[in-house]
Design a protein around this ligand. Structure first.
Ligand code: FES
Length: 332
């Protein structure tokens, strides 16, 4: 991962009482590194959190701005509150170059299912597809109420199925997913329950046709937390990982820097090669196949007393393909 960009906040706008839109630009007015629809950036908040947010505008080779939306989550880990309370127009933020763990792939038909702030990567992809033309695009946008619906005016007039649970209860997704379609792709982004429901309702689909992004992420220090020892292969260093530390933090404390972004097992940035030992995988990125060869140290721990790990290296050359099914990035 390259060095962070320093970007100026050119504009903010409250889209709903809890969702704020931020427009970030190069202070010198130049173009920004390009990205593909569905990409995200990692932002360092003024309070010191590192959070990933989807870019809500269609992909571009040389965009003049990055636009992201942040839902204020008072029950969250503090990143969204800092973005809302501490960031003002004119401030500069450290922002990563875009990465994409939720890429738009080719298909004749698309079904997008967005829950709440999960609309952000979907908006980017749908914008690109509609501008390009040729594909059939269906969008289901599920929110609690009209007042909590970001981009309501836009999606109310473009054929999107808007569904508000406080008015109409849960939307039955089965009619949309009952018939598997090898010429279609399903993209779902939203809270864990929605993602799990879509995965359960598409078990009869070819896994490669279903793409999900769970923005809740994983609580790195939740559940069982047994101390273990990590052995860092390049130097042979033995690093104790205490019950209150993540593997990532323990490595950092020992002077071993591993690139990371979401810190919640969703973006895929911190991937390490697993050479020996049994991992307790908690991430939402690795496939079953990949789990024998890799581990995500921001959330995963060890079942065995020792885990032997090293840099992942070029993943495509060294391991199984990246997941088409599952894997996500953005914490909104
Ligand atoms: S930092 Fe995102 S998966 Fe570990």
């Amino acid at each position: 991962m390259g060095e962070d960009l320093r970007l100026r906040v050119a504009e903010t706008e409250d889209l709903t009482p809890s969702v704020r839109r931020f427009v970030l630009v190069d202070p010198a007015g130049g173009p920004l590194p390009g990205y593909r629809s569905g990409a995200h950036v990692a932002v360092s908040t003024p309070a010191g959190h590192r959070r990933s947010y989807s870019l809500v505008e269609p992909g571009s080779r040389a965009p003049q701005r990055y636009v992201l939306c942040v839902r204020r989550d008072v029950a969250g880990r503090g990143g969204s509150v800092s973005m809302h309370d501490d960031v003002a127009v004119g401030d500069e933020l450290a922002v990563s170059e875009p990465a994409n763990a939720f890429p738009l792939r080719r298909a004749r038909r698309y079904l997008f299912i967005a829950g709440g702030i999960g609309i952000t990567p979907v908006r980017s992809m749908v914008g690109e597809l509609r501008a390009r033309g040729g594909a059939q695009v269906t969008v289901l946008y599920l929110t609690r109420s009209p007042g909590e619906t970001a981009f309501l005016d836009e999606f109310a007039t473009d054929g999107t199925v808007l569904h508000h649970s406080s008015l109409h209860g849960r939307l039955d997704l089965w009619p949309y997913l009952a018939e598997p379609d090898d010429d279609a792709r399903v993209y779902c982004c939203g809270p864990t329950e929605l993602v799990q429901e879509v995965l359960a309702l598409t078990v009869h689909w070819r896994p490669s046709r279903v793409h999900v992004e769970d923005f809740a992420g994983v609580d790195a220090l939740g559940g069982r937390r047994t101390p273990f020892t990590a052995v860092w292969v390049p130097t042979g260093a033995r690093v104790p990982v205490g019950a209150d530390a993540t593997l990532l933090a323990a490595l950092a404390g020992a002077g071993i820097a591993v690139d990371a972004s979401c810190a919640s097992g969703t973006c895929g940035t911190c991937r390490l090669r697993l050479l020996s030992g049994e991992a307790e995988h908690r991430d939402l990125v690795l496939t079953e196949q990949e789990r024998s060869a890799f581990v995500m140290p921001c959330v995963s721990r060890a079942v065995s007393e020792e885990l032997v790990v090293g840099p992942a290296g070029p993943v495509d050359a060294a391991g199984p393909p990246r997941p088409a099914f599952g894997g996500g990035a953005a914490v909104h």
